[in-house]
Every structure is written in structure tokens, then in C-alpha cells.
Write a protein that binds this ligand. Structure first.
Ligand code: NAD
Length: 426
């Protein structure tokens, strides 16, 4: 066993070019102004309910001890238990988790499911860790935050670099403290009480919403040129579903860079190439492109499905897409929003576009509490109903009040949470 102790501290993290909290605060302020909320209500709604920061010591495979920083932030529980993903990424810090937790409050309110908002994260590089190190990290983190989790308190789910296996470790560790509790976490494998359709729900849901938007503006989705940033859970499932609708991919990228083809990327060939080589880069018939340049290619629909703050004042003028569907959380800064709005680019906001994931997480929680299972067709049909209803509501609010879709979505969501705060009292 080695004797070195390596500690990850907040100071050691790379500086963030934009504070993602500015995005949620700005969008909240626009909605609060429209709703005429008083300053007490603004304070109540914008202040997180509970923030927990934990140090997570993990014995690495080489025998050394490393201390990671983990966070669980519950922004609101006023409409139901706090709900939101858990992210493993080197850039995780308190501002990022705070912003993502707040976005979850507005997302669950917008689609009108009985949850509040939360988010968790651990500052770590999961690609540099073994499976057993990740398991020890997840179990230690869960054991340190389990007191504030639970089916009626706070229910985590997958986010960047976490998956059904990580959710199973959380379920197992939580159950060791509290007894068998599958409803304590969603995004589990189906054989562990997960819901059919959950894994693809965010990408599939994004496709349903893009399809509705195209119908609304009278443009066909079949043949539309799409650029997709991020090819993980959300991006790859959105790609499959968009391809089924006949969309054509001109650029697809991930952390390692992007590929471009004016004639269109063949998805089946891409999945086969990825299975054979472990990466998307180098697919025959495509040209290499940087992740940043992908955002600026000529296309009809740009789908960011990776990190936040990727569309900012530095590149917004150069974006050539006519529509942006935000499958990622918080990909667009307020300055970029303003520039794109002025240029007539229509943005389908994140709290709507990627709400399919939390919607099916809600179905998973419901199934776990009732100890029954739904068929996948039923899951998909129920998700579609909820998403299309939210979409119509956002479109109606935007067109009747002559405001962008994002402001409409936030206005609907903030009004619902404010009403719940009022009814419950302080
Ligand atoms: P994931 O870890 O499965 O995939 C992330 C993808 O982004 C990978 O392809 C990765 O290579 C790529 N990526 C990472 N850094 C990048 C960079 N700097 N440039 C370009 N690509 C980069 O994560 P995911 O679950 O697909 O989440 C993606 C986004 O969707 C996140 O914003 C997340 O918060 C959001 N989201 C996820 C869910 C869900 O159900 N998983 C639900 C709602 C929202």
C-alpha cells in the first residue's frame, strides 16, 4: 500500500471562463420581472434550499489515497422531492452544481411533474480511473450524502460520465443504510428496477421536441442538416432518433474533436467505426474538425449535447444554424442568447429540450413506489404526451406575449414554483 495522499481542492480546479450560475440567474430574473414577483419571493426562489459539500477519500488501485470533493445541492423541494443528476467531471465545482440544480427546479416545474430540483457532482477524471476506483468513489460519496437522499427527499439520476452502473452502486449503498429502496435513485438498469426507455429518454425526448418545433415553423425534419456536439448518452440517442426522422448529420463531435461531411455522416457506419476503434474520429469519408468549429458549421439545426457555456459572446455571431436545440444543460450564455435572438436564430431551451430524461425518471420512481413495471411503448407514449403539452404551452406563451421560447419556458416554470411557495407558506 502506498503512503501518498493527494488532495483535490477547489483551488486546484481550472478557472471557469463563464459562471454557469449567471445563466440561470439571468433567465430567472427575466421571468420574475414578467411575473412582477416581489423581492422576498425572488430571494426564496433563487436561494438553494440545502448545499452539502463532502470530502470523499478513496484508496486508489496503486495503494495511494486520493481525496475528492463532492457536492449535492438541493435547489428546491417545494413541488416535490428534489430531483437531478450526478456528474463526474474534472470541472465540477460549486457554481456549476448550483446552476444545474436550479435549472432542474425550472425543468421539473415546466413539464409539471411533482419534483423539485437538485444536482450532484464530484470533481474527478473518471476516464483516468478504474471501475473499482469508481465504485469505491461512488459508494463513499453515497454514504456521506445518504442522510439527505431518499425517495421523498432527493433522488439522483445519471448525468455526464455517470450511468446505470453508477446508479446501481448508489441504490445498493443507500439500501445498506436504509433497507431495500429502489426509488432512491433513477436511471438504474431495467433488471435492478430501472424503467424501460430511461436510457434513451433524454435524446429521444429532444427529438420529439425538435420534430414539434419543425412542424410549428413548417419546415421538414427529414433532410434537415444537423450538427451535434456530444455523442454520449444524450447525443448518441438523439442521433439515432433524429436519423429515424430522416435528419442528415453534417458534423458530430465529442471531447476528442469532431468529424464533418457535407454529404452527410452515415450513422450506422459511425456506430460500427466507434465499436471497432473506440472513437468517432477517423471515420472514412469525413474530415476532422475541432469541437469549437463544429458549432459554427452551416446547418439547419445545431444540437449542443455536451457541456454548458459553449455558445458565448465570442462565437454567437459566427453560428450559422437557423435553430438551436439545447440537449445539454445551460449551453448558451445570456450574451449569446441576445446576439442569436437579434439574428433571428430560434433556440429551443434546455429546460424543455432535455426534459425527457427527468420525465422518464419520474415514471421510474412511480413504478418503483408501486412495484410494477410499464412496457416501453407505454413509457414513450406517456413521455411524448408530457413533452408535447409542455411544448405547446411554451409556444403559446411565447407567441401570445411575443417573447423568446426560453423566457416563455422560465415564466411558466417560475410561476408554478412561486405559486407552490405561496400555497405552502414560509
Ligand atoms: P455523457 O457523459 O454520456 O456524454 C457527454 C458527451 O460530451 C461525450 O460524448 C463527451 O465526449 C462529450 N464532451 C465532453 N466534453 C466535451 C467538450 N469539451 N467538447 C465536446 N464534447 C465534449 O453525458 P450525457 O448524459 O450525454 O450529458 C450530456 C449533456 O446532457 C449534459 O449537459 C447533461 O447535463 C445533459 N443532460 C443529460 C441527461 C441524461 O439523462 N443523461 C438529462 C438531461 C440533460
Amino acid at each position: 500500500m502506498g503512503d501518498s495522499t493527494v488532495s483535490v481542492t477547489e483551488q486546484a480546479l481550472p478557472p471557469r471562463p463563464e459562471d454557469p450560475r449567471n445563466i440561470t440567474s439571468h433567465n430567472f430574473r427575466l421571468a420574475a420581472d414578467r411575473l412582477g414577483l416581489d423581492s422576498e419571493m425572488r430571494t426564496l426562489l433563487s436561494t438553494p434550499f440545502r448545499e452539502l459539500r463532502v470530502e470523499v477519500p478513496v484508496r486508489l488501485d496503486n495503494g495511494s489515497l486520493k481525496v475528492f470533493l463532492g457536492y449535492r445541492i438541493q435547489h428546491s423541494g417545494v413541488r416535490g422531492p428534489a430531483k437531478g443528476g450526478l456528474r463526474y467531471h474534472p470541472a465540477v465545482d460549486v457554481q456549476e452544481v448550483r446552476a444545474l440544480a436550479e435549472a432542474m427546479t425550472w425543468k421539473t416545474a415546466l413539464v409539471n411533474i411533482p419534483f423539485g430540483g437538485a444536482k450532484g457532482g464530484i470533481a474527478c477524471d473518471p476516464h483516468a480511473m478504474s471501475q473499482s476506483e469508481l465504485e469505491r468513489l461512488t459508494r463513499r460519496f453515497t454514504s456521506r450524502i445518504q442522510a439527505i437522499l431518499g425517495p421523498y427527499r432527493d433522488i439522483p439520476a445519471p448525468d455526464m460520465n455517470t450511468n446505470a452502473q453508477v446508479m446501481t452502486w448508489i441504490f445498493d449503498e443507500y439500501s445498506a443504510h436504509h433497507g431495500y429502496t429502489p426509488a432512491c435513485v433513477t436511471g438504474k438498469p431495467v433488471e435492478m428496477g430501472g424503467s424501460k426507455g430511461r436510457e434513451q429518454a433524454t435524446g429521444y425526448g429532444a427529438t420529439i421536441l425538435i420534430r414539434e418545433l419543425m412542424k410549428e415553423v413548417g419546415k421538414p425534419l427529414a433532410g434537415a442538416k444537423v450538427a451535434l456536439q456530444g455523442f454520449g448518452n444524450v447525443g448518441s440517442h438523439a442521433a439515432r432518433a433524429l436519423a429515424r426522422e430522416g435528419a442528415q448529420f453534417v458534423a458530430i463531435g465529442d471531447y476528442h474533436g469532431a468529424i464533418y461531411s457535407q454529404k452527410g455522416i452515415n450513422l450506422e457506419e459511425l456506430f460500427a467505426h466507434q465499436a471497432a476503434t473506440g472513437k468517432i474520429q477517423g471515420l472514412a469519408g469525413t474530415e476532422p474538425l475541432s469541437s469549437e468549429d463544429l458549432l459554427e458549421v452551416e446547418c439547419d439545426i445545431l444540437v449542443p449535447a455536451a457541456l454548458e457555456c459553449v455558445i458565448h459572446r465570442g462565437n454567437a455571431e459566427r453560428i450559422r444554424a437557423r435553430f438551436i436545440a439545447e440537449a445539454a444543460n445551460l449551453p448558451t450564455t445570456p450574451e449569446a442568447d441576445e446576439i442569436l435572438g437579434r439574428r433571428g436564430v430560434v433556440i429551443l431551451p434546455d429546460i424543455l429540450t432535455n426534459a425527457g430524461g427527468v420525465t422518464v425518471s419520474y415514471f421510474e420512481w412511480v413504478q418503483n413506489l408501486q412495484q410494477l413495471f410499464w412496457e416501453e411503448d407505454h413509457v414513450n407514449a406517456e413521455m411524448e404526451k408530457i413533452l408535447v403539452k409542455a411544448f405547446r404551452n411554451v409556444m403559446h406563451t411565447a407567441s401570445s406575449q411575443k417573447i423568446p421560447l426560453r423566457t416563455a419556458a422560465y415564466t411558466i416554470a417560475v410561476e408554478r414554483v412561486a405559486r407552490a411557495e405561496k400555497l405552502r407558506g414560509t
